[in-house]
Design a binder for this molecule. Sequence first.
Ligand SMILES: Cc1cc2nc3c(=O)[nH]c(=O)nc-3n(C[C@H](O)[C@H](O)[C@H](O)COP(=O)(O)OP(=O)(O)OC[C@H]3O[C@@H](n4cnc5c(N)ncnc54)[C@H](O)[C@@H]3O)c2cc1C
Length: 389
Amino acid sequence: MQGVSIVRNSNTVKSYQPGDTVQIAGAGPSGLAAAITFAHAGVPVVVHEAQNEVGHRFGADLQGLENWSTEQDVLDDMRDLGFSTDFAVQPSLQGTAYDAWDNAYPINCQEPLFYMVERGPGPESFDTALLNQALSLGVDVKFNSRLRSLDGPGILATGPQAADAIAVGFHFETDKENGFWVICDDNLAPKGYAYLLIMNGKGTIKSCMFSRFKHKQRYIERTVEAFERLLGLKMHNPRPHGGVGNFHVPLNAIHGGHPIVGEQAGFQDTLWGFGMRHAMTSGTLAAQSIIDGDDYNTRWQQALVRQLQTSVVNRLLYSKMRNRGYRFFLRLTTRQADIRGFLRSFYRMSMMKRILLPWSQRHYVSQMKMPVCGNDNCSSVRCRCGTTT
Ligand SMILES: Cc1cc2nc3c(=O)[nH]c(=O)nc-3n(C[C@H](O)[C@H](O)[C@H](O)COP(=O)(O)OP(=O)(O)OC[C@H]3O[C@@H](n4cnc5c(N)ncnc54)[C@H](O)[C@@H]3O)c2cc1C
């Protein structure tokens, strides 16, 4: 029988007691990061994954592991936290951004702005590396296992619950050289950006939009046309792909005594939709708080809340800019000697952003509702029973 500690109130996590097996719902980066942290500490853990493979919703998507939010390189950061970096990466130092008038802004960095990685179940993907590490540490990963309720100590890591933004386009093969290209133009990606990523003959083209989802087909067509015109892009074997993301800064990320991590909690950069690092960080912190029996809310708030709040202010500022504003932003950013450092300061809670925060919080409304019913004994993985925050 699992020894479950008594939960005093909805902010208290069910802590690990010797003899327990911890359950995790979801084998995304947040769930696997938590599982690896438990395994390093010698805690028995089972990960339930609803699909038959890791990263199912991403196919062979290319994504960026952002490398500007910390001074330390993200791969060193991962190694320090005890995570494998045994996946294919393309350090992205040079790229090109375009404004709505086809003006090009070269991006040149001394150190990678991000590392391009493959998501999904492929042999060299980011997800597979985390999965293999978890398995090698003795984690029990159960595929085709959709968890609906959770009683003992455990973690909720089931990914997004709503669409605050969507990224839609194609995966394809190409002869084009490796690289990344971005276009900031509301006619291609309303309040977002269109992007093209290429790594070793594989490509991803997307319109990442924050409004007007109903017209997504029109924006995809315009995005493809723009990259064909600007770069002479030729896609071989294009396959449609898309996904949703939600962004939320919760008041409380504990439900029924279980920490909520990654995108299920809404932890993602609200400006541009980078979520992998927040997923791993929150997964790690949740596991540590279950092991140590302390307050997960305090942990994630100390580590993430400033950056998340700043990203909400940044999103509001960006969404008000429109095409002329994006052009100004691109000029300003690409003129910097240290673009990585500039972006890091852009995500810092300056005095001006502190003043703008209440206004931003009033105007930015996530579609997501946190499943926090206040019932310490609620065991639903995705609660539908009560009030939300
Ligand atoms: C198109 C697209 C492009 C993106 N590009 C980037 C990028 O370039 N950089 C970046 O940092 N981020 C990017 N993101 C965001 C990033 O992918 C996510 O933030 C990150 O994967 C979140 O990790 P997670 O573990 O919280 O959730 P997920 O990766 O969604 O994993 C959740 C897992 O839980 C499983 N699951 C769901 N319900 C249950 C259940 N009841 N029981 C068991 N298992 C369950 C799901 O099948 C899934 O495997 C992108 C997202 C999209 C859609």
